[in-house]
Design a protein around this ligand. Structure first.
Ligand code: HPA
Length: 244
């Protein structure tokens, strides 16, 4: 049976504990093998992938985004819910809030960003006017409202190369460019999902105000702590969204 729905768990979202009958699966792709879990939630098969691998061992710039999306495609996935811990540049998007991102700005530097590498892979220029799936974003907004969570239906996500956090000057520049949120993993996951003709949405959760806006220096631990504090809300949101 093909698996239509996938969850990509980012920082702090490591357990597919909404699912039952979970089995480990290794999916071979032209870009490498991918380990993931397949289970079911209310009789629907759901795939769960840890973006950062076992024990958060893969940093954002080394995630094999092409293999991950190719593996989901091979399983037959049509809908992807991807979680992302983000810093906020927008005072109205506060720690603990959820944002169903509608645009991105790409500031990455070293990533393989396309399946269309020429030669036998072909050349294609895909439309990116609206990179995130409006249907899924709408479902997520309704699910958040149903659960009493504070959410925002729009937001521009800045993707940095990482793994370091940003400078104060970079964050000022990103604000001038219209960025609301900053993270390290949203791109090229979103555009590869579009190339693979999937309906993809990011569930961004604000863990901190970005560098220079936050009154303190940033640590990965504070990002993790905030994700742990909100793990029950993320779980509720995913449970509701998967059975729309
Ligand atoms: N910057 C980049 N990535 C992040 C941040 C941040 O402030 N918070 C969580 N992920």
């Amino acid at each position: 049976m093909s698996v239509k729905i996938a969850i990509i768990g980012g920082t702090g979202v490591y357990n597919p504990d909404i699912m039952t009958d979970i089995r480990d699966e290794t999916v071979a792709t032209p870009y490498g093998d991918v380990q993931l879990k397949i289970g079911s939630y209310r009789n629907r098969p759901v795939a769960f992938m840890n973006r950062h691998g076992e024990g958060h061992s893969v940093p954002p710039h080394l995630v094999n985004y092409r293999a991950n999306i190719a593996a989901l495609k091979k399983l037959g996935v049509k809908y992807v819910l991807a979680t992302a811990a983000v810093g906020s540049l927008n005072p109205s998007m506060q720690p603990g809030h959820f944002i169903f991102v509608d645009q991105f700005l790409d500031f990455t530097k070293s990533r393989q960003t396309t399946f269309f590498d020429g030669g036998s892979a072909g050349v294609a220029h895909i439309d990116m006017t609206n990179p995130y799936c409006p249907e899924l974003r709408d479902i997520l907004s309704r699910a958040a409202r149903g659960q009493g969570l504070i959410s925002h239906p729009y937001g521009t996500y800045i993707c940095t190369e990482g793994p370091r956090f940003e400078t104060t000057a970079e964050i000022k520049m990103y604000r001038l460019f219209g960025g609301d949120l900053v993270g390290m993993t949203g791109f090229p996951e979103v555009s590869l999902a579009r190339e693979a003709e999937m309906c993809y949405a990011t569930i961004a959760m604000v863990t901190n105000y970005a560098a220079g806006i936050s009154p303190t220096n940033l640590t990965h631990q504070e990002v993790l702590d905030m994700m742990v504090m909100n793990s029950e809300n993320i779980r509720k949101l995913l449970m509701q969204a998967v059975v729309w």
